[in-house]
Design a protein around this ligand. Structure first.
Ligand SMILES: [Zn+2]
Length: 389
């Protein structure tokens, strides 16, 4: 079954061989043919081949489905009161991540999965066709492995984050917890995950611990990614590049050497502006990274504590308004950039052979994603060739 999506006013392909030969490969008056779960043809609407059925885009804009390469969606509980206190300038003594760990351990498999699918549906409505998600709220061998098993029912991009924080059960023995994360817990989790991640930060895991955790994961076939340099300067970014991690995530506090390492290495800098928004923190400097030549991805970091948004359009608007990105750069980073952060070439672009993941906007241009913040512009979504919205 093939579908011709035609009368596309403005098409972002992320294929520089198309259209205006910019990184976005923008084609005006365009058409796309979907065949099965793949893109079969891209070009000018006037040249489009016939297909089994046709869909009239009505002159509106089409972009690749968003690739959200960083989220934490297997969790239980609610942290509304913590957010409300933070935004109201009140002290709040609850346990942060520990609050979610307790609620996640207490939740049934069915409750965790129902919560996960709720946020996935929400993200899909906003144009996200690929997402990565992590464990990290179980922090026992049983609870980490079960989070990954549940996540793997819904995405191939599953990340083992036993090293989110030191488990409260090991508060007096962080070295013992690293032994668990690199030993029994890793053995139980590796079969269900593609990636291994660590929160390399003061109060979480230092550079030596992070290196031991990522190296152990790599020996089990997992590919590293790192929560790096979010709250303070530190060794995370340099370690990520040294270990050829797919992505260093957050990158809010960077030295010139960190920027150089990202620009010259194979590690994507993934920026998560929902976190800075939701904690009133200083923004990461996307302009500095882009001008240095780094590859930048944008992602939601959707989690119940520090960034409870599933909206890639919201992150695009923040990146343009507050992080020095142009609208074109932000759309690229939310699609092709996310694909690069997941080391995928079959998503994040609209080109023959790519997965048929596309979003139709109720707008004449992709620029409206930044120009009209907070407006639900995604009107139709095809994921793997299936129109699901
Ligand atoms: Zn995160």
């Amino acid at each position: 079954m093939s579908t011709l999506v035609t009368n596309i006013g403005s098409l972002v392909t992320n294929d520089p061989a198309q259209g205006d030969a910019t990184p976005l490969g923008l084609v005006l008056d365009a058409a796309v043919v979907i065949d099965g779960d793949r893109i079969a043809w891209v070009g000018a609407a006037a040249d489009a081949p016939a297909a089994d059925e046709a869909f009239d885009a009505g002159g509106r804009a089409v972009i690749p489905g968003f690739v959200d390469s960083h989220s934490h969606l297997v969790f239980g509980g609610d942290r509304t009161a913590e957010f409300n206190a933070r935004m109201s300038g009140r002290a709040y003594s609850a346990g942060g991540i520990r609050t979610t760990v307790a609620a996640t351990r207490a939740a049934s498999d069915a409750a965790l999965e129902a919560n996960l699918t709720r946020y996935l549906d929400e993200a899909l409505r906003q144009g996200t066709t690929t997402f990565e998600t992590k464990s990290g709220y179980g922090l026992t061998t049983h609870d980490e492995a079960r989070a990954l098993r549940i996540a793997a029912q819904h995405t191939e991009e599953v990340t083992y984050l036993g090293a989110h924080i030191v488990s409260p059960d090991y508060a007096d023995d962080p070295a013992g917890y690293v032994d668990l994360v690199t030993g029994e817990m890793l053995d139980a989790c590796a079969p269900h995950a593609r990636w291994i991640d660590v929160f390399c930060e003061k109060g979480a895991f230092d550079g030596d611990q992070a290196r031991a955790i990522l190296t152990a994961g790599r020996a089990k076939g997992l590919i590293p990614r790192v929560h790096a340099n979010q709250l303070s300067f530190g060794p995370g970014v340099q370690l990520a590049v040294e270990l050829d991690a797919a992505s260093a995530d957050h990158c809010t506090h960077l030295t010139d050497a960190d920027v150089d390492a990202l620009a010259n290495g194979g590690t994507v800098a993934t920026l998560l502006p929902g976190a800075e928004f939701s904690t009133r923190a200083v923004w990461p400097d996307a302009r500095r990274l882009l001008d240095a030549g780094a590859t930048v991805a944008l992602s939601t970091d959707c989690n119940p504590g520090s960034s409870f948004t599933s909206s890639m359009p919201f992150c695009i608007a923040l990146a343009v308004r507050d992080m020095g990105m142009t609208p074109d750069e932000a759309i690229w980073s939310a699609t092709a950039g996310g694909a690069a952060a997941l080391r995928r070439s079959d998503i994040g672009r609209i080109a023959p052979g790519a997965r048929a993941d596309i979003a139709l906007l109720d707008a004449p241009s992709h620029v409206h994603l930044a120009y009209r913040p907070g407006v639900p512009l995604v009107s139709d979504v095809w994921r793997q060739g299936v129109r699901c919205r």
